[in-house]
Design a protein around this ligand. Structure first.
Ligand SMILES: Cc1cc2nc3c(=O)[nH]c(=O)nc-3n(C[C@H](O)[C@H](O)[C@H](O)COP(=O)(O)OP(=O)(O)OC[C@H]3O[C@@H](n4cnc5c(N)ncnc54)[C@H](O)[C@@H]3O)c2cc1C
Length: 418
């Protein structure tokens, strides 16, 4: 396969969109905009060219609307995904008795609960699609040092000394976005003093597509179904939120003791758990940018918002950002308008900031109320979860979040071309 050319001097000087950050969200935005004829430059500080991405241990629950978008882009066939057939949610303590779950969701023809995908496989599919099908210009091992809006363009100075000019600059740099800071956009954020411990386990019994989540006093403990393989027919991904100090101790345990600790939190529903491969630890926080766009600069994905992973919503929010931004830009250009101006960007912000703030608030609330050992809140939990099961409207709202169905969705999230 021939390498895509690195930006050279003879190249036309103005990109339509420069994207800083080639993670899942930045890569997806590049692929989508390229599909609709935008001239895109994609920059990452990492040497991320490898078609086979490196694992970060995580697997993501992709909601149905986002899945439709990935399917339309031809990314799903090689993923080896696992459909989620149901969710079982409850509150418990370490070494709990085998009690029933307080909240049960089951997928049916109308309610689809999404798909589990290993991030590494999604990133690989994305990198391959970018290399095979797009005209995107890649700038690995690079970053933007400074940028300035001048009339209807943005001038960017790169770490390697070159300059880039673009009509729109997008940051998909994740939650520590440097460009967001350079643009003077502040974030409201909360540090949870928790870490998300992530690993893959094999187990004795089949998961049958069920996703489990216990709310324990120190944080949520999720066991999420993965497709099995010839050696390990029953595999799941663990996302274990734990107090940061204790998480450090857990990371240092040997495999046997670490597995014992997982088993004490999850119980025996799937039989004996066995750690497969490495463990990872992610510091957990939540935050949202005060504004998502201004002066030909726009935020997408974790650079705009990051949420507690307890309901697997972060990447889904990012995919919805991509779908909304692409729709706004494509429609503006079709109408002969300046797609990078305030009108387009305000439109994007209106469509995405409220949904992101709502999701952040919901995840934050669930984490605070359910993951506590404090008496009154714990009492509220045991009263709260069973009643959620009976409250049809609240349950419907939670299902809507999991399945991603809502009115006025961007066309890509309905599996339709823009
Ligand atoms: C434990 C855990 C479990 C999760 N599970 C789920 C789930 O089940 N479902 C779900 O929807 N979400 C989940 N999430 C959230 C999801 O992983 C994130 O929301 C998503 O990965 C964010 O992607 P991103 O592309 O916006 O940012 P990132 O993945 O952070 O990518 C940012 C990219 O920008 C690059 N970069 C950074 N700074 C610069 C710079 N200055 N210049 C150039 N490049 C730069 C980085 O190298 C990187 O490639 C989970 C998160 C955690 C921590």
């Amino acid at each position: 396969m021939t390498e895509k050319p690195i930006l050279q001097e003879k190249q036309p000087p103005i990109s339509d969109v420069v994207i800083s950050g080639a993670g899942l969200v930045g890569g997806l935005l590049a692929l989508v905009l390229d599909r609709y004829g935008f001239k895109v430059t994609l920059i990452d500080q990492r040497d991320w060219f490898d078609e086979t991405a490196v694992s970060d241990g995580r697997a993501s629950a992709i909601a149905e609307d986002c899945w439709c978008c990935l399917e339309l882009l031809g990314l799903t066939s090689s993923l080896g995904s696992q459909q989620i057939t149901g969710m079982r949610i409850g509150e418990a303590v370490v070494d709990h008795e085998e009690t029933d779950f307080a909240l049960n969701f089951d997928a049916n023809a109308e309610v689809l609960l999404g798909h589990m995908v290993e991030n590494e496989r999604l990133m690989t599919a994305l990198n391959q699609a970018l290399k095979k099908t797009s005209q995107v210009q890649f700038l690995p091992k690079n970053r933007i040092l400074s940028f300035r809006k001048t009339g209807s363009v943005v001038d960017c100075e790169l770490a390697t000394g070159e300059n880039l000019t673009t009509r729109l600059l997008a940051s998909a740099e994740g939650r520590g976005s440097v460009l967001r800071g350079l643009a003077g956009i502040k974030t409201q954020s909360t540090d949870y003093d928790q870490a998300g411990l992530v690993c893959t386990v094999s187990h004795e019994f089949a998961h049958e597509g069920l996703a489990y989540q216990w709310f324990l006093p120190n944080g949520s403990f999720a066991v999420l179904p993965l497709p099995g393989n010839a050696t390990h027919p029953h595999l799941s991904s663990i996302v274990w939120s734990e107090k940061r100090e204790l998480a450090k101790v857990m990371m240092e345990l040997d495999e046997t003791e670490f597995t014992t600790q997982m088993q004490r939190r999850f119980g025996n529903r799937l039989g004996k758990l066995k750690l497969q491969g490495k463990r990872w630890s992610f510091p957990l926080a939540a935050g949202i940018a005060d504004c998502f766009a201004k002066d030909r600069f726009v935020l997408v994905g974790d650079a705009a918002h990051h949420v507690h992973p307890l309901a697997g919503q972060g990447l889904n929010l990012g995919i919805r950002d991509v779908a909304a931004l692409a729709e706004v830009l494509v429609e503006a250009r079709r109408l002969g308008l300046d797609f990078g101006d305030d009108l387009s960007l305000d439109n994007y912000q209106r469509r995405r900031r409220f949904d992101s703030a709502l999701t952040l608030g919901l995840m934050d609330g669930l984490n605070r109320v359910f993951s506590t050992s404090a008496g009154p809140a714990r009492m509220l939990t045991s009263v709260g979860l069973p009643s959620v099961n009976r409250l049809d409207s609240l349950k419907a709202f939670l299902i809507e979040k999991a399945s991603g169905k809502s009115v006025n969705q961007p066309r890509l999230l309905q599996g339709l071309e823009i």
